[in-house]
Ligand binder design. Structure first.
Ligand code: ADP
Ligand code: MG
Length: 269
């Protein structure tokens, strides 16, 4: 499992044709997503995160380029084999919590249905997952009775039940407080140990921290992946945590800080 690639894409291009203009949302994206890893996709609003994730999850097709999920070249498949792959191998969480849900199904019915479609026969897994994600007390409720954060966790639960090979989640912690966000990330880490590959778009520093690597999207293209780039949180007092490797530069724990127009330089004295 360690060297397996859960999914990969080459030359992904996405153009939305609208009445007024063509929008080039993805301009040739190449990436591979190893099994048992978490990849965070970050970038400003409009940079193409959702477009990329919808294609990776096979819920949308690229204008050009190809996508493989496991051993299968998905971009070449017709509709019904594609639907089979999507159901069995891919879990997807829409950015808008309500888009993941069906109005007349209860919380438990949502997750049980997803389990059945994915071939998960052990019903206790459904209740276990509801419990871990702290939505067990809502099991008989319908979507309109739930908060945004609860809807988001139901969407996430149906994406991960049955441990699909690939889980693609579009900003899954956006509506969650730190406690429920943590529980969701615990589920992520438990499933990576079983080999699931996660691709998670996010603005949430906790997710970036939990991810093995981070892809930076800008105007529909990936910026070079570097070990140095990590996203840090700046707390209310203005403190920032340096990554461990950077810390070795500051042996006496003193720094000279230079504020420039568009960046800040932190150097040893
Ligand atoms: P992000 O998730 O990073 O905010 P998106 O993938 O949603 O980025 O959007 C990338 C670009 O594509 C934006 O300019 C957005 O306005 C445009 N876009 C996204 N979906 C559509 C669509 N269905 N029709 C037209 N333009 C779209
Ligand atoms: Mg988006």
């Amino acid at each position: 499992m360690p060297n397996e690639i859960a999914a990969s894409c080459t030359g992904l291009v996405k153009i939305y044709r609208t009445a007024t203009a063509d929008v080039h949302a993805l301009k040739g994206v190449d990436a591979a997503f190893p099994a048992g890893t978490v990849t965070a996709v970050v970038g400003p609003s409009g940079s193409g995160k959702s477009s990329l994730l919808r294609i990776l999850a096979a819920v949308d097709r690229p204008t050009a380029g190809s996508l493989r999920i496991g051993e299968v070249t998905v971009s070449a498949l017709g509709r019904s084999p594609l639907r089979r792959i999507r159901r069995r191998l891919v879990g997807y969480v829409f950015q808008r919590p309500a888009h993941n849900l069906i109005p007349y199904l209860s919380v438990r019915e949502h997750v049980a249905l997803a389990a059945r479609l994915r071939g998960e026969r052990d019903a206790s897994k459904v209740d276990e997952l509801l419990d871990v994600l702290a939505i067990a007390h809502r099991r008989d409720h319908r979507p309109h009775q739930l908060s945004g954060g609860e809807q988001q966790r139901v969407g996430f639960a149906q994406a991960v039940i049955g441990a699909p090979a690939l889980v693609v989640a579009d900003e899954p912690t956006a509506e969650l407080d730190s406690k429920t966000g943590e529980r969701l990330l615990e589920t992520v880490s438990a499933l990576t140990e079983r080999g699931t590959s996660f691709v998670i778009s996010t603005h949430d520093p906790r997710v970036v921290e939990a991810a093995g690597r981070t892809l930076h999207l800008r105007h529909g293209a990936l910026e070079a992946e570097t070990e140095e780039r990590t996203l840090s949180v700046i707390d209310e007092a203005g403190r920032i945590q340096l990554p461990p490797r950077a810390l070795t530069l500051f042996r006496d724990r003193r720094a000279v800080i230079e504020v420039e127009d568009d960046h800040v330089r932190i150097e040893p004295p």
